[in-house]
Design a protein around this ligand. Structure first.
Ligand code: C2E
Ligand code: CA
Ligand code: CA
Ligand code: CA
Length: 279
């Protein structure tokens, strides 16, 4: 048993070492990717459940590297760790603003919002709002077309700071979503204290919605609390028609997920949007 223990330790050791090596590799490459602006945005529609209309798009970062795509779960945590996330967020914001200003002049696209994922490290920086305002002043589109998705862990990092920032964002018309709601450090106190527009119900609850009564009870409770507070409810991870039906009956406002549309590069997204309009 002792020997086996030793082998296991070795196995663990080399797996850990591999992870560390990979993180170092990614960190080095990330520096380059930031300088050369090698990121792309994919867009995933969020629809109004009642009308089926696309109301907004979530921007999801992708990093093409040596012929393959690196997904955000692989590099965003490293970027946060190594102090690189601020620069990445700047890239993402710029790409989103460029897109919104291109759409500004197009009748069929000018009302679409874009939602960006913001890290807790971003929002707790003192001058986040000032930097965003400065960026927006270079563009012509209405700032209310920009949405920010924050996870609950972002909110606790510096609550009083975040509270002031969200107040300023609201004045500018920028809508803020709490992402992955119901996981992590959720506290109803945040809903009371903060200027929030959307609650985004985490996909783990949506995935269990049809099979687990507890998940259904949780989703219904989130919807009820959100509604009572005047918030807009959105469900993520909608993978089946039955999810959509059920969520509609439960009073959810918006939905997003593979059943509706996968995240797409902008050229394919435009095709999806025009096909959706014909239908
Ligand atoms: P998230 O904000 O919760 O985004 C939803 C994730 O679920 C996305 O993965 C999306 O592709 C995926 N998804 C969408 N519909 C479905 C579905 O029906 N079923 C399932 N199983 N998954 C679905 P992705 O693009 O790999 O992003 C992962 C996470 O990385 C995001 O989670 C977000 O936290 C973070 N992220 C993405 N883009 C950015 C960014 O620009 N900046 C920052 N800071 N974080 C980002
Ligand atoms: Ca999100
Ligand atoms: Ca989410
Ligand atoms: Ca997530």
């Amino acid at each position: 048993a002792k020997k086996q223990g030793k082998n296991q330790y070795k196995l663990f050791d080399s797996a850990l070492e591999q992870r560390v090596q990979k993180a170092i590799y990614i960190e080095e490459k990330l520096q380059q990717a930031i300088t050369l602006k090698q990121f792309e945005l994919y867009f995933q529609p969020k629809i109004n459940i009642g009308s089926g209309q696309v109301e907004s798009l979530e921007a999801l970062i992708r990093w093409p590297n040596n012929g393959r795509m690196i997904f955000p779960d692989e590099f965003i945590p490293i970027a946060e760790d190594k102090g690189l996330i601020g620069k990445i967020t700047e890239c993402v914001l710029e790409m989103a603003c460029d897109t919104l200003s291109q759409w500004h002049g197009l009748a069929h696209l000018k009302d679409l919002s874009i939602a960006i994922n913001i890290s807790g490290k971003d929002i707790s920086v003192d001058n986040f709002y000032e930097k965003l305002e400065r960026l927006l002043s270079r563009y012509k589109f209405n700032p209310s077309l920009l949405e920010l998705e924050l996870t609950e862990s972002a909110l606790i990092s510096n609550l009083s700071n975040v509270k002031a920032t969200l107040k300023q964002l609201k004045k500018l018309g920028i809508k803020v979503a709490i992402d992955d709601f119901g996981t992590g450090y959720s506290s109803l106190a945040y809903l009371q204290a903060l200027d929030i527009y959307y609650l985004k119900i985490d996909r783990q609850f949506v995935a269990a919605l049809l099979s687990e009564p507890k998940a259904e009870a949780i989703v219904q409770s989130i919807i009820d609390v959100g509604k009572n507070l005047g918030l807009c409810l959105i469900a993520e991870g909608v993978e089946q028609a039955e999810h959509l039906d059920k969520l509609q009956r439960m009073g959810c406002d918006q939905a997003q997920g593979y059943f509706i549309c996968r995240p797409l590069p902008s050229s394919e997204l435009l095709k999806f949007l025009s096909a959706a309009k014909q239908a």
